[in-house]
Ligand binder design. Structure first.
Ligand code: PLP
Length: 403
């Protein structure tokens, strides 16, 4: 059993009052709040060990480098990767997916090749492939959804052919808050010798992920959605793919030897980490994952699942409220009658309640649902049933005002 009140004390921002009401923060799918140990780490690195990593013989540079590489090891263990050089630090999920599109695409794809994504993807798992389509002439195939917004696995199986080169899929939808059967998706792709990129932006904060157990070829996630700082994220890739792939960005650190007639590239993971990395953010991300380990990802998952089930039960009592898909543990998207979600969100905001409204960077899914957007409440380990009660009171009040 987690002591949520104790956990809340570690998050200074949760003490805030918004319009003189206690903050009820239910926008965790967009970004999570940060525990004090993560905030302090950022300040400590600048105060005690700031120096550019990897290039210095001097003491501070070596201390900063060791701390950054320890963080890589923390990430490796967190996701069960075989080697720490399979962990590439990026700016976040978006950059990680763009890296794969550019480098895997540039190395392995040609006109007429096909990749598979799904109807429920975030724009960051759609647009990089469209850019590649414009560059190379590849084809994008899209897995349709079944009536209850689940991936149509039978239709997915039919999308494979001799030209299929990659599957790129969200583990958990940021709109529907539902978990896709990622192991089954990977196994089906592998039976066709096709690798899989897992968009873990919405799963890493909420469930145990073991890339070896899943046999995922790539995994992308963002630090800021898992109690870490903004501006830093991870791409995991199997060594065999990363070794073969051309670099993404060119610059310092990713080279072995530069001559005007020929440049050779550094070994993994540095081949993909051009320029000065956000070593402060990387070190703080390591601290965030250590914090998650201390609380226990299974404990977090259990608590968030309970919150989600409680919220669903309460929401279903509200007349004319529609829930999209079958949320199972992190986010709930809903609409009430013909109330515009932005109006609902604005009234809730005046009551100190932060939810997100709009298309959630998933316009193709909104088109499929035939709606412009939804209201979305999303949960983290520090949320409580009392906060859900406040949300319900807020919704009831907003409905009275807007109906
Ligand atoms: N993929 C999913 C499923 C997401 O929910 C998000 C962010 O909301 C992203 C990708 C993009 O993450 P970031 O903006 O941190 O790069």
């Amino acid at each position: 059993m987690l002591d949520i009140e104790d956990i809340r004390k570690e998050f200074p921002i949760l003490e805030s009052r918004i319009y003189n009401k206690p903050l009820v923060y239910l926008d965790n799918a967009a970004t999570t709040q940060k525990p004090k140990c993560v905030i302090d780490t950022i300040s400590n690195v600048y105060t005690t060990m700031n120096a550019n990593v990897h290039r210095g013989v001097h003491h501070l540079s070596q201390v900063a480098t060791i701390a950054m590489e320890e963080s890589r090891e923390t990430v490796r263990k967190f996701i069960g990767a075989e080697h720490s050089h399979e962990i590439i630090f990026t700016r976040g999920t978006t950059e990680s997916i763009n890296l794969v599109a550019s480098s895997f695409g540039g190395t392995f794809l040609k006109a007429g090749d096909e990749i598979i994504i799904s109807t429920m993807e975030h724009h960051s798992n759609i647009v990089p492939w469209q850019l590649l389509q414009a560059r190379l002439g590849i084809k994008i195939r899209v897995i349709p959804l079944t009536g209850n917004c689940k991936l149509d696995i039978e239709a997915y199986k039919q999308l494979f052919n001799a030209n299929t080169r990659l599957v790129s899929i969200a583990h958990v939808s940021n709109v529907l808050g539902a978990t896709n059967p990622i192991k089954e998706i990977i196994d089906i792709a592998h039976s066709h010798d096709v690798p899989v990129l897992v968009d873990g932006a919405q799963s890493i904060p909420h469930k145990k992920i073991d890339v070896k157990e899943l046999d995922a070829d790539f995994l992308a996630f963002s630090g800021h959605k898992v109690y870490g700082p903004t501006g830093v994220g991870v791409l995991y890739g199997k060594e065999k793919w990363l070794e073969a792939m051309q670099p993404y960005h060119g610059g310092g650190e990713m080279i072995k030897r530069v001559r005007f007639d020929k440049t050779t590239f550094n070994e993994l993971p540095y081949k993909f980490e051009a320029g000065t990395p956000d070593y402060v953010g990387i070190i703080a991300l390591g601290k965030a994952l250590e914090w998650v380990n201390r609380i226990g990802i299974e404990n977090i998952a259990t608590h968030e699942h309970e919150l989600t089930m409680y919220a669903l039960e309460q929401l279903r009592r509200i007349p004319a409220l529609r829930i999209f898909g079958e949320p199972d543990g992190s986010a709930i998207s809903f609409l009430i009658g013909d109330i515009h979600p932005a109006d609902l969100g604005t009234i809730l905001d005046r009551l100190g309640i932060a939810i997100r409204t709009g298309h959630h960077c998933a316009q193709p899914l909104m088109d499929y649902l035939g709606i412009p957007g939804t209201a979305r409440a999303s949960f983290a380990v520090y949320n409580t049933k009392e906060e859900i009660d406040i949300l319900m009171q807020g919704i009831e009040r907003a409905v009275k005002m807007l109906s």
